[in-house]
Design a protein around this ligand. Structure first.
Ligand SMILES: [Zn+2]
Length: 212
């Protein structure tokens, strides 16, 4: 049996990003959050659609454009039906679309709490010597790599830095101070845990809180 453990982590934000915008109603720069409601306005052959955001201080609204004066014929009929039906999944997808939102609101408060789905890509070795973690990050997140590792491997952040310093933790692609930067899609981690921690680290990486 191989002594390497290979795990894929799919890392998703716990909550959608919040645009920071000037609120006309309460008169200040405020955080807004998605209401989950979609507004559609069909005017002849043109359609406008927005995702409605609410000011977190006063409930004043801001409409995030989704379609702007788009000709009905050029819109995917399924998309149009979902917009008109205020489809919750579509509203969610739009709310988590950081890059799309940034077009309208350059200042965002991005989620720093993550939900991590784990998938084992190898067998679980009895005595893991080497651990590889592939990070899949579908939406941009502000979560620092060292914080992610500390939370998910259930060891202190100082220990994560000590592992890196000793060469027992390597981040690919390599970058200076990579541990202090937000986790990026495609980041790979190679960990050769010290014998006394190997079992704990490997089981945390593979199963998280659901350790068998
Ligand atoms: Zn307001």
């Amino acid at each position: 049996m191989s002594e390497n453990l290979f795990v894929k982590w799919t890392i998703l934000p716990q909550e959608p990003p919040q645009p920071l915008l000037y609120c006309k109603r309460c008169g200040g720069t405020r955080n807004f959050r998605s209401s989950g409601k979609i507004r559609v306005n069909a005017n002849g052959k043109r359609v406008d659609a927005w995702l409605v955001y609410k000011c977190m201080s006063c409930d004043g609204t801001w409409n995030r454009p989704v379609l702007e004066r788009q000709s009905v014929r050029s819109i995917d009929p399924l998309l149009l039906a979902s917009l008109c039906a205020n489809d919750a999944k579509l509203a969610d997808r739009l709310a988590f679309d950081v890059e799309g939102l940034r077009r309208w609101a350059p200042h965002l408060k991005e989620a720093s709490n993550a939900v991590v789905a784990r998938e084992l890509l190898s067998e679980t070795p009895a005595r893991p010597l080497e651990l590889r973690i592939l990070c899949v990050v579908p939406c941009h997140m502000a979560l620092r790599l060292d914080r992610l590792l500390a939370d998910e491997l259930r060891i202190p952040r100082s220990r994560i830095h000590a592992l890196e310093k000793s060469g027992a933790l390597v981040v690919f692609p390599s970058a200076s101070r990579a541990l202090r930067k937000p986790v990026r899609d495609g980041t790979k981690l190679l960990i050769r845990p010290p014998a006394e921690d190997a079992d704990w680290i490997a089981r945390s990486a593979a199963y998280g809180d659901d350790c068998p």
